[in-house]
Design a protein around this ligand. Sequence first.
Ligand code: FCB
Length: 484
Amino acid sequence: MNPDTPRPYARHLTPRAVPGLPADFRWGVATAAYQIEGAAAEDGRTPSIWDTYCRVPGMVVGGENGDVACDHYHRMPEDVRIIEELGVGTYRFSLAWPRVQPGGRGPANAKGLDFYKRLLDELEARNITPWVTLYHWDLPQELEDAGGWPARDTALRFADYAALAHEALGDRIEHWTTLNEPWCSAMLGYAYGDQAPGRTDFPAAIRAVHHLLLGHGLAARRLRGAAAARGHALDLGITLNLGTATPETDSPEDAAACRRADGMGRRLYLDPLVRGAYPQDVVDDLALRGAELPVEDGDLDAIATPIDVLGVNFYRGTLFSGVTEDGSPLDGDGLPVTRGVERDLPRTAMDWEITPTALTDLLVGLETEYGVPTVVTENGAAFHDTVAEDGRIHDADRTTYLADHIDAVAAARAAGADVRGYFAWSLLDNFEWSYGYDKRFGIVRVDYDTQARTLKDSALWYRDTIRLTRESGARDTRTPDTEG
Ligand code: FCB
């Protein structure tokens, strides 16, 4: 048993068709540029906030960085062949802003774009649909030096970059995601210091929230305009990291804690994106903490530019209490307590509780409250893999995690949620941000000494599950006429 797993989790699973997922359900795998590409200083790429942050002693486990990562920049064709072998129809990846537009301003870098054009060639040759994210956390360092996301100008720079990327690649990519997980960029990056750029300034983080959303909205407008003018198909979205907040007891304090957690983690983003207004209760909570969203005229209209799909990254749900361990409703600063409570549940190597039914609840709640079609753009788990004597990786815990969460998606669909796809995080073991290379999320193992790739058992299970589900979905939709 995995020493870090307090409760056994892995079950022995054989691939089977997942009932209720149709033949056209979108299956994918996901990665992000800084986590896999390497080639940090090649072909004109300039440093991002992550290159800088990794060099600050103590910020990343083992002092590691993304200089080489999975060397995907040089091994891309092999990686695309693996995606083909998995039989997923869609590959979600991100463009490195400092590769496409070094320094975050000015013209595109042809060599940087060439890499993505070669990637698109490989994907097209293998019939794999690209699903591109414009920003997966690698802000050009120059823009951080000019104020970063707390500065309004960064939103304008992002919209320019989005337009430039779309101009170069918009004829070949239909599915565009503006931002990955703005909550992480703002809160982990600027309030808690756990991710680049590592600042700890809560009011600055709240300004970052607004400017990330504004950047999304301005970029969305530019992409919509350009696609319409050039006659390109466009499926536009944003990806949020979302969870669920469950009260520990039925006390009013615990209910209030859940309201606050859900407000800061979910409604603060979705209300302006879908309804064009920030939630007033969250605005009031922020004021109590001395923070304000720097909204200017017209910003909310831009932010509410219609999206076609909401990307949902899901890892876990959380139980909340509104009192400290000794029962006080206020913390040391006199603010109401919002405290995550640990449960006796199986956990991953990240020490994250495994809560698949929360994914069903989340997706059904999104349908009811916001009514936007969703795709699960990330879901997966790190476990301490071992290579067996036969050279295989028998990662039954990861397979079980994927199976339970795919079932949770099917359950959400059965309950009426319009969930259109599921992408496993991640294709490859990769650079897990401040955890370095220690946490392995891949369904494909990377041996960092040799860069050899090995499909783990979870990858083989995923491949066969997708095939069987597609076949069964196709049978279900066949009319009696075509049956014979
Ligand atoms: C998400 C990130 C992704 C990866 C997973 C484990 O928050 O989007 O890059 O690190 O977590």
